[in-house]
Structure formats: C-alpha cells, structure tokens
Design a protein around this ligand. Structure first.
Ligand code: NAD
Ligand code: GLY
Length: 367
C-alpha cells in the first residue's frame, strides 16, 4: 500500500479530510468508524458500482466492525431526479436512519450528488461520507459540498450545500473504470491548473497520458483537490471566487442540456467547454491564441474533445446553446456570467458577457 495523501478542507466546524491513494479505504478505519455508532453503514450506490465493488467494500468495512446496508439505484443522470431523490430518502427512512449516523455515497458524481442531497433533507439533515469511484468524483464532485439533482429546467437546479464529513478517494476503486470515464475525470484535474496554477499545467502537459494512473495520478488528484479546497474554504457558497471552478462549465452544461441523456460525459462536455472558454477569450483579445492552442492540444493528447464537434453528439444549435447559458445558475441581472481567462492559470469572472458576440462566436465554432 502506498502512502495515503491527506488534504484538509478548512471549513471551521465543518472541516473535513480527503484521503487520497491506493488503499485509502482500508486505512480509513479509525476515522470512519466513529460516524456509525449503530455499527451499520447505510451505503447508497448504483447497480454498476455495486456489481464491481460492493462486496469488496463491504468486506473492508466489515473488517472495521461495520455492517453495510446497501441502497442500490440505477446508474446514470436519470437517477439524479425528483423521483430518484424520493427513492433514496424513502430508503433511508425505511432503514430508520438516525441523525447520529452517517450515510455513505459509493459511486460517481451522480451518486455523490444524489446521496448528499438526500442526506441534506432527510430528517432535516444527516451526515454523509463520500467514497467516490470515478476520477471525476474523486477530484471534484465529492469535495466542496455541492449536492443536488437535475430538473426539467437544467442540470443541478435543485440542491443544497451539504458538506461531507470525510472523503475517501481510493485509487484501487478506479481499477475498473473505463478509459473514457478516466479521461472525462481528468478534465476536472486540468481545469484546476488552468484556473490558477500554471506550474501545475506545465507538469500535467509534460506527463501527458501517464498522469492517468499510478502514483502520478495520486499526486495530480491531491493537487486538484487541494486547489479546490482552498477556493471552497474561501467562498463555500459561491458568492465570488468559487465561481472560477466553473471554468468550462457554462458551455459544458449547455452541451449536456442539449444532448440526449448520458450520450456525452460531464467531463467531456467540460473539456470542450474549457477549450471554448480559452478560444472565446482569445477571440476577445483577453488571452493569447498560443495559450488557447496549447490547451486544445493538451486536451486532445489526453483523448478529450477540444471543440463541440469532437463530442459524441454533434447536432448542436448555437442559439439553443446560448439560451441554455442564459439560464446558468451563476448569472446575475439577466446577463450571462462566463469564466474566461487571461492565459493559462489566470481565469477570471466576466459577469456581463456580450450575448450577441457570444452567439456569433458559437456559430463560427459549430460550422
Ligand atoms: P456517474 O456518476 O454517472 O458515473 C459514470 C459511470 O461510471 C456510471 O455508469 C457509473 O455506474 C460508472 N462507474 C462509477 N464508478 C465506476 C468504477 N469504479 N468502475 C466502473 N464503472 C464505474 O458520472 P460522473 O462522471 O462520476 O459524475 C457526473 C456527475 O457529477 C454529473 O451529474 C455532474 O453534474 C456531477 N458533478 C457534481 C459536482 C459537484 O461539485 N457536486 C462537480 C462535478 C460534477
Ligand atoms: N464543481 C464546481 C464546484 O464545486 O463549485
């Protein structure tokens, strides 16, 4: 077992640790067990993850004296819905969850967001622990306390800030992850570097695809989490600087909203969105075309899309995408907020994008 890395999310009385690396779950016992005073751990997961990991995770927890009581939902965004939420809340209540015990989310971002929201509202709030099983969930969605579901109005339009008590990002759980999911998760690692850490981008660029596995991956995951933790500690509820974490997401959520469900991965949409944020910044003269090209080249080297037409869905309409962007949660006073950039590691918030210019730019990108 390699050394487990530890990142603290400094939120005062709601502070928690993120444990990173192979074997982190087995090593977590002393920190995990006190959250389960009844000796049972209600664990929410999806059917894919259950088939691959539930038995081994249950055995690891049994070795720590915990009996797992699983709640298994269908994989995919469809579970991140009002119906999916009701199902998980009812399952927790059926098991008579108490406020003194935590609920475990074992899975990707869908399971973490859904379980976290269910934990936030059940009995007015029970604790939860994230055991993320996708790279995307390990580096991004399991940390920071954003929980929620999708509604007909858009992605993540209903939710709550509810911080986990502990996050265990065990690399062993990624062994079964398809390459496509691994690459999609990488988009959120490189995002951290592109927002505010140019030296981290240099290291990622030099490592290339080697960063997707082994100890290189632990280091990159811990760096991305530490970057996010600093921003969350400064601005937990996204009154300001946390919006930077949405680099690529205004475009990305529009792609996700306009594509059929589960055809493109969230991280793929974010990758194309990051490349567009750089390209649009270059178009406006905020950032150099060289930086925009460098970012696109790196994304492609990893196997990620760098334009909308490299996504698995290509039937895009610029007006429809911009209409989605108009509904983004970050917007203020009816103006589109975009996360743009002055270069690698220098993202900034533009709270009043020029919609006509953005539409014209999107039309050129889709042609
Ligand atoms: P996901 O949860 O849908 O998982 C992707 C697929 O991988 C699923 O089919 C799942 O069953 C499977 N899977 C999970 N772990 C596996 C493993 N170890 N081996 C094999 N298969 C495995 O998707 P995701 O990409 O992890 O998360 C995307 C979601 O996260 C989106 O809903 C997005 O909105 C949300 N998100 C939330 C935040 C946040 O801050 N809360 C941040 C980023 C993304
Ligand atoms: N994934 C963006 C955030 O957590 O704020």
């Amino acid at each position: 077992m390699s050394e487990v890395l530890r990142v603290n999310v400094g939120l005062g009385e709601r502070a928690y640790d993120v444990l990173v690396g192979a074997g982190a779950l087995a090593a977590a016992g002393p920190e995990l067990v006190p959250h389960f005073p009844r000796g049972r751990a209600i664990l929410v997961t999806d059917r894919h993850v259950a088939a691959l990991h539930l038995e081994a995770v249950s055995d690891t927890l049994a070795a720590q004296g915990l009996r797992v009581d699983p709640v298994i939902v269908e994989p995919g965004e469809t579970s991140k819905s009002w119906t999916g939420l009701a199902g998980v809340v009812d399952a927790l209540l059926d098991r008579n969850v108490e406020r003194s015990e935590a609920v475990i989310a074992l899975g990707g971002g869908v399971i973490g967001d859904l379980t976290g929201f269910a934990a936030a509202v059940t009995k007015r709030g029970v604790d939860f622990i994230q055991i993320p099983t996708t790279l995307l969930a390990q580096v991004d969605s399991s940390v920071g306390g954003k929980t929620g579901i999708n509604t007909t109005h858009g992605k993540n339009f209903a939710g709550a800030f509810h911080q986990p008590r502990l996050v265990i990002a065990d690399r062993d759980l990624l062994a079964t992850l398809p390459d496509r999911e691994r690459r999609a998760g990488y988009a959120e690692i490189v995002k951290a570097a592109l927002i505010g850490d140019a030296a981290m981008f240099d290291r990622l660029e030099a490592a290339g695809a080697d960063v997707l596995d082994g100890r290189e991956l632990d280091t990159a995951v811990a760096a991305a989490i530490a970057f996010k933790a600093r921003i969350v500690a400064e601005d937990e509820r996204e009154g300001g600087v946390r919006a930077l974490l949405n680099l690529g997401h205004t475009f990305g959520h529009a792609f996700e909203g306009d594509a059929p469900k589960d055809v493109i991965r969230h991280g793929e949409a974010v990758a194309a969105g990051i490349a567009l944020a750089f390209a649009y910044s270059a178009h406006r003269g905020d950032c150099s075309a060289i930086d925009a090209a460098r970012v696109a080249a790196h994304l492609r080297a990893i196997g990620l899309p760098a334009t909308p037409n490299e996504l698995a869905h290509t039937d895009w309409n610029a007006a429809s995408l911009v209409a989605r962007m108009r509904d983004d949660k970050k917007n203020r006073d009816g103006r589109i907020t975009l996360i743009l950039t002055r270069g690698i590691g220098a993202a900034f918030i533009d709270a009043a994008a020029d919609e006509a210019d953005l539409l014209a730019f999107m039309e050129t990108q889709l042609s």
